[in-house]
Design a protein around this ligand. Structure first.
Ligand code: TXA
Ligand code: MG
Length: 344
């Protein structure tokens, strides 16, 4: 099993080609020297991650980032959000191995805003590839225990930094001719880019072209029990992958993931368990609790869980994005009431 390491030991381990989990402000990362091909091979293997899904390179300061990724006016403006929960895709001119970028001419760069992560990165002094420290198709861990339970037997060490402050993965952006495109919503929000006079273009998720950010195609995050997204009548649609509810009969114990005390009525009695992501209606708190609550949902012995989206603004977009990806079914909210669905 993985040993718990100090920051110094973690940096030495990474430099020696080993694989070490460490905290960031978003979620725990699984770090390896991005320039060490053997270590990166093993990182993909440990996660069971397909090789077409590129890794983010983490560095300690913008100057180091621009040694590997192409500097531009827009890149500099985006760098003002660093250190922070933002990943920027930059041209890399072959300075990052193609196994890290999945052969793409763009590489993802991020400077995390976490004292432990930053200290490790400073000591390593090289790009550290760090995907979220979970098995592929599983949920990003937000505590060292969650890392240990999922992959503790496969990795070389863990640095315990307590619970991650933000709780959802970084915003991933791509630089466009006239602004940026958000490929993955996170804690650096569209509103924050607009406030910095950076215009945000929307990217269409449809079409047959290769996904711009392969990881976004994966159906991960989901708890091991069926999750049913509650779609507001007239509201934004759920993911296309989500099947509509089929039946009317409720079976077993059901939970509800909700926000700010909202509890829709459900035919056939009350919910057996309510998980309020933020009783006070604080979207930051909701993000912080999201993956933690998914873990509780699994251990509480429920048969299914319903999830009510949070307001679609700010970091709420990231929360809703993860809820949509986690859901396998959907049901409509009508006059404050939902119809239970039959899962078979
Ligand atoms: O908050 C985070 O970003 C965490 C912490 C540990 O920093 N890391 C993380 O990494 O979430 P990962 O590998 O779980 O997710 C990276 C996402 C994936 O969706 C991947 O496809 C996309 O970023 N990505 C990375 N490099 C890319 C590239 N060169 N082109 C397109 N998408 C890229
Ligand atoms: Mg991940």
């Amino acid at each position: 099993m993985a040993r718990f390491l100090t920051v110094q030991e973690a940096a030495e381990s990474i430099l020696a080609g080993r694989i070490v989990a460490f905290p960031t402000e978003t979620v725990y990362g699984l770090g390896a020297n991005a320039l060490n091909l053997t270590a990166i091979e093993r990182l993909y293997q440990i996660k069971g991650r397909p090789k077409n899904n590129p890794l983010i390179c983490h560095l300690a300061d913008p100057e180091s980032v621009f040694q590997y990724g192409r500097e531009s006016g827009m890149a500099r403006r985006l760098a003002r959000f660093w250190p922070g929960p933002l990943t920027v895709l930059l041209e890399h001119e072959g300075r990052i191995p193609s196994i890290v970028t999945a052969g793409s001419g763009l590489a993802g760069f991020r400077i995390p805003n976490h004292p432990i992560a930053l200290e490790i990165l400073r000591l390593v002094g090289k790009p550290v590839a760090a995907p979220s420290a979970n098995l592929s198709n599983s949920r990003s861990p937000v505590t060292a225990e969650m890392v240990y339970q999922q992959i503790g037997d496969r990795i070389d060490g863990i640095v315990d930094g307590g619970r991650c402050e933000i709780g959802v993965e970084s915003t991933v952006v791509k630089i466009m001719e006239d602004g940026i495109a958000i490929l993955r919503p996170g804690a650096i929000t569209a509103e924050m880019f607009e406030a910095a006079s950076i215009s945000v273009r929307t990217v269409s998720r449809t079409g047959s072209e290769a996904p711009e950010s392969p990881g976004m195609q994966e159906k991960h995050y989901a708890p091991s029990i069926p999750m049913i997204l509650i779609v507001e009548e007239g509201g934004s649609p759920g993911s296309e992958a989500v099947r509509d509810s089929a039946g009317q009969v409720r079976k077993g114990k059901s939970g509800l993931i909700t926000f700010a005390g909202r509890i829709p009525r459900i035919e056939g009695g009350d919910f057996d368990q309510i998980y309020d992501l933020s009783p006070d209606g604080d979207l930051d708190e909701a993000a912080k609790n999201l993956f933690y609550v998914f873990g509780r949902v699994e251990s509480d012995g429920l048969d299914e869980v319903y999830a009510l989206p949070v307001p679609e603004m700010g970091i709420g977009r990231a929360v809703n994005d993860r809820l949509r990806r986690a859901a396998s079914y959907r049901t409509l909210l009508k006059d404050g009431r939902i119809t239970p669905i039959q899962i078979d």
